[in-house]
Design a protein around this ligand. Structure first.
Ligand code: HEM
Length: 515
């Protein structure tokens, strides 16, 4: 750790103590009635050089010591952590308007980094209606079939032997999101190039290396020159890789006679005009190249790592629990019949997306995967826009707030045998069901929140569920997934950007139907 880091901590603590003292004098109710937690000094030592996931064990200890609302400090700013379901519902759903902002960061404008306001609304509505609307999602079904073919081809190449699947899953999700983003089936080299730059960015940001730059932008750029340069470099690499694909789609959209039957994410961004009050580029609100890159990068990362991580966890549990795998296979066969023998070249027969709706056990398996192994153990930080009272505590304007997502899904007060993988639990309790489907949005009450809840809930949740159901169903229909002698399935976790398997899944896959 560099010496400047310690200097900054000392400086920060001195400034923070001064500011806190002044605030205490001016607004006694605001800061003296915060939820309990460790001291300002210990909080800052913990937070400044840790990613949120690395902090999880500490926060869990504080929760058992102080209760379901805990305050830590970043500089002098309170950062509140919530571990209780009904408090999460109260905060995110009932009082959602006050808790839906984001802390300011160094990120170039995209949906997740935008303040709660007109730009965020416009960008989010654009994604929701132009790409994630059910009719649009349906128009990409050919892309899902193509990607399934790519994935199955890779798996068939290794059938019978031992295979580590995670890279194949990640590549498949990238292929899919790249098509939806740029409107083109790119070759393997280009997809790998995009995946590599996106993943570097994700892992660096997820490691918490740049947190300090976001908290102290001016000072941080000077004291942490090398980190600042590193951030600029990775952004410039991202622009070099993504801009040609964005430009090529724009040219295609401009050229006469081109009539694609589906809308790619880039198409939807071309004619967007940001609200005037929130633009700085002076070009009538049109998105800059950097903003386009930031939005496309967000789209790619939000939909790939999360989904491929979940897919790996679900398949790992199906390998570990062969009786659950058999039950799922039997459900699939009862709906679509047995799988056909593999064709020589391409995958011709797949499970139709319409048939997924007839498979309640499949849905239960996917939901149980998300409950037991949510890819994010926290949501993205929210910022409080107005002082507000929760459980008798005052949460001040400007505080950040986050939620212990994994802990909520494992709460023994809510879930029986919470650490067991039991999809049946989602078939039994009909209270949680809205229109025949478990309410993962938590709108009526939160029992688990892998996609968050309230106004900032993940807009891609339905797409993610479709991708998981489609790939799990087809992979189980086509192959039997067996444990490998001597390897077993280890469900230990490791924090990357998402919470991944510490020892990636190794399995033996056997085609169900022979030629
Ligand atoms: C299993 C897959 C996924 C999981 C578990 C997941 C989870 C999450 C979570 C926890 C949040 C933060 C919510 C909050 O801050 O309160 C989020 C935000 C977001 N997700 Fe997802 N997500 C997944 C897939 C996707 C997909 C497929 C897309 C789009 C293609 C997507 C796009 C976004 C965006 C744009 C945001 C920012 C929303 C905002 O700030 O308003 N996600 N997601």
């Amino acid at each position: 750790m560099d010496i400047s880091f310690y200097l900054l901590i000392l400086l920060t603590l001195a400034i923070a103590t001064l500011i806190t003292t002044v605030l205490h004098r001016r607004k006694p109710t605001t800061t003296t009635n915060l939820p309990p937690g460790p001291s300002l000094f210990s909080s800052n030592l913990l937070i400044l050089n840790h990613s949120l996931s690395d902090l999880e064990p500490f926060i869990k200890t504080f929760v058992s010591k102080y209760g379901p609302l805990v305050t830590l400090f970043i500089g002098s700013r309170p950062s509140i952590f919530v571990s209780d379901h009904s408090l999460a519902h109260q905060i995110l759903v009932q009082k959602g308007a006050v808790f839906s902002d984001r802390p300011r960061t160094l990120a170039i404008r995209n949906i997740s980094s935008s303040a709660y306001g007109p730009t965020w609304r416009l960008l989010r509505r654009n994604l929701a209606t132009e790409v994630l609307h059910p009719s649009r999602v349906k128009s990409y079904s050919w892309a899902r079939k193509w990607v399934l073919g790519v994935l199955v081809g890779r798996l068939r190449g290794a059938a019978g032997g031992v295979i580590e699947v995670v890279e194949h899953f990640r590549y498949a999700m990238f292929c899919l999101l790249v098509v939806m983003c740029f409107g083109e089936k790119l070759d393997e080299r280009r997809i790998e190039e995009i995946a590599a730059v996106q993943r570097r960015l994700l892992l660096l940001v997820g490691s918490g290396r740049f947190t300090v730059l976001g908290i102290f932008p001016k000072l941080g750029k000077v004291l942490f020159r090398n980190r600042w340069k590193e951030l600029l470099q990775i952004r410039s690499d991202q622009e070099q890789v993504l801009i040609p694909h964005i430009k090529s789609r724009i040219e295609k959209a401009n050229s006469e006679g081109e009539d694609d039957q589906f809308v790619a994410y880039v198409d939807s961004l071309i004619n967007l005009h940001l609200p005037e009050v929130e633009t700085t580029a002076g070009n009538g609100g049109k998105l800059t190249d950097q903003e386009m890159v930031s939005l496309c990068g967000e789209f790619l990362n939000a939909g790939t790592d999360t989904t491929s991580t979940s897919l790996q966890w679900i398949m790992a549990n199906l390998v570990k629990n062969p009786q659950i795998q058999s039950k799922l296979y039997n459900e699939i066969v009862s709906v679509v019949g047995p799988p056909p023998p593999p064709p020589a070249e391409e995958l011709e027969s797949t499970i139709n997306e319409e048939d997924l709706a007839k498979m309640p056990y499949l849905k239960a398996v996917v939901l149980e995967g998300l409950r037991r192994h949510p890819p994010g153990h926290f949501v993205l930080p929210h910022r409080v826009t107005k002082e507000v009272e929760v459980e008798g505590y005052k949460i001040p304007e400007g505080a950040t707030i986050n939620f212990l997502v994994a802990e909520m899904g494992w709460d023994p007060k809510v879930w029986e045998d919470p650490l067991e993988f039991k999809p049946e639990r989602f078939l039994m309790n009909k209270d949680d069901v809205i229109n025949g489907v478990f309410d993962v949005s938590g709108s009526k009450g939160i029992k688990m929140m892998p996609f968050g809840a309230g106004r900032r809930i993940c807009p891609g949740s339905d797409l993610a569920l479709l991708h998981l159901e489609y790939f799990v169903a087809n992979l189980i229909w086509l192959f039997r997934w067996d444990a490998v002698d001597g390897y077993g399935v280890d469900l230990s976790e490791k924090s990357e950007f998402t919470i991944v398997m510490k020892n990636p899944l190794r399995t033996r896959i056997i085609p169900r139907a022979e030629k």
